[in-house]
Design a protein around this ligand. Structure first.
Ligand SMILES: [Zn+2]
Length: 410
């Protein structure tokens, strides 16, 4: 019954996708922009069909594509010999474990073989993950970070190319610095968080994905891109259920890395939970380079904090927790080195790669669900933390939204 409701919701949302609460860096949407995006979302089903067709054609038609992917994975294999040598033909869609990694992310077998599972949020019922606010709740416990190196029609990874291999290594280093900082910083709030992210030790945390015929890094295609990414995760990445079981995961965070050049002009951003989201997967888009610099570890930590509900403190925009221009000005004075306000060195204004020099303060701790509200929340009329909301499950919310949508015909 629940499954049917979820399916019904998905169908309706595919047609009437309402974009609510799109808080993400670099994408401060106005009402008009959201209406335009809603329009765009109506082509979601078409896109989905196109996506599947192109993936199938890509996989079946050009065996070189498959071997490219294989050789990239093999390249990792030979790099340090610790990677699983997987030839598992069942694919990652069933999420059976460590061997389902990048190698088969492009294989024909799991695209065609898993057609019946199209776009179904059938992975949403993971028993031991609390999905009330998506795949990441509060940082407490074990946080599994899935790294996905994404190629699209504009930017591609080629791991036979030394530069790309070096860039990939740099992302792991940045992620490592970020996770270490998160663990230490969260501990000061009595929050015991551990991050499982190191794909050089556990290759099942690493995926390579090729999205044909779509520009994932274009702000214009934001909603469409989100849907492509969700569908990819839902079909190709190990299930939440399996991750919860294998790692005793409390949270799962997906990071997509794009091989963008220094001239790229968009900030890394996060698709965090919003009410009515059609899949529970919360993901971060990391642009390897933008505005002339490589993305720094503090930015990784900043984006990961968004997945638990942390708001940006550096800008007032719609659906950003009722944060006003005045409060932003206050933050400039009082929280100048707060990681949700600033990801650069507070003294030099430059990015740091050796450490995170920013700090986390009570306001962020409150919004990620590990501290009481500091006085400033009420004083500045900020929105309540999502973690204070009524205890309704993600699934129930989805079902209720379906009924409402059906009733008012919106
Ligand atoms: Zn942000």
């Amino acid at each position: 019954m629940k499954k049917k409701l979820l399916l019904l919701f998905l169908l309706i949302s595919a047609l009437l996708l309402t974009v609510t609460g799109c808080s993400s860096d670099g994408l401060k949407l106005t009402r008009e922009e959201r209406a335009a995006l809603k329009q765009e979302a109506e082509t979601y089903l078409d896109d989905l069909t196109r996506f599947k067709e192109s993936q199938m054609a890509h996989a079946a038609g050009t065996s070189e594509a498959g071997s490219e992917s294989d050789s990239a994975a093999a390249d990792i294999d030979s790099a340090d010999g610790e990677y699983a040598d997987s030839t598992d033909p069942t694919g990652a869609a069933n999420g059976t474990g460590a061997s389902d990694t990048a190698e088969d992310s492009n294989s024909a077998s799991d695209v065609t073989g898993d057609a019946s599972a199209d776009a179904s949020p059938h992975h949403a019922s993971a028993p031991s993950l609390d999905l009330r606010f998506g795949s990441a709740l509060t940082p407490e416990g074990t946080n599994v970070v899935i790294s996905i190196f994404a190629s699209d029609e504009t930017y591609r990874w080629d791991f036979e190319n030394e530069t790309d291999v070096a860039t990939r290594a740099q992302t792991l280093e940045a992620l490592s610095v970020a996770c270490e900082w998160l663990e230490e910083t969260l501990a000061t709030y009595d929050c015991e968080a551990t991050y499982v992210y190191d794909w050089s030790e556990d290759s099942s945390l690493l995926y390579e994905a090729t999205f044909e015929d779509v520009d994932l890094t274009s702000a214009d295609a934001y909603v469409t891109a989100n849907n492509y990414i969700w569908v990819y995760i839902d079909n190709r990445v190990e299930t939440l259920e399996s991750l919860a079981e294998r790692y005793e995961a409390d949270n799962v965070i997906y990071i997509l890395y794009y091989n963008t050049p220094a001239s790229f002009e968009q900030s890394s951003n996060t698709r965090n939970y919003y009410e009515g989201m059609s899949f529970p997967y919360e993901f971060v888009n990391i642009y390897a380079q933008a505005y002339g610099i490589y993305e720094c570890p503090a930015a990784y930590a900043h984006e990961i904090l968004h997945t638990y509900g942390a708001p940006d403190l550096y800008a007032a925009y719609e659906d950003n927790y009722d944060i006003s221009e005045e409060y932003v000005a206050y933050c400039a004075q009082v929280h100048a080195n707060e990681i949700m306000y600033n990801v650069y060195d507070v003294d030099t204004g430059e990015p740091r790669y050796d450490k995170v020099s920013n700090i986390m303060e009570d306001v962020t701790a409150y919004y990620i669900g590990i501290a009481e509200a500091p006085e400033e929340v009420e004083a500045w009329g900020l929105a309540e933390s999502q973690h204070e909301e009524a205890d309704t499950s993600w699934n129930i919310k989805v079902a209720v939204k379906t009924a409402d949508d059906a009733a008012d015909g919106d």
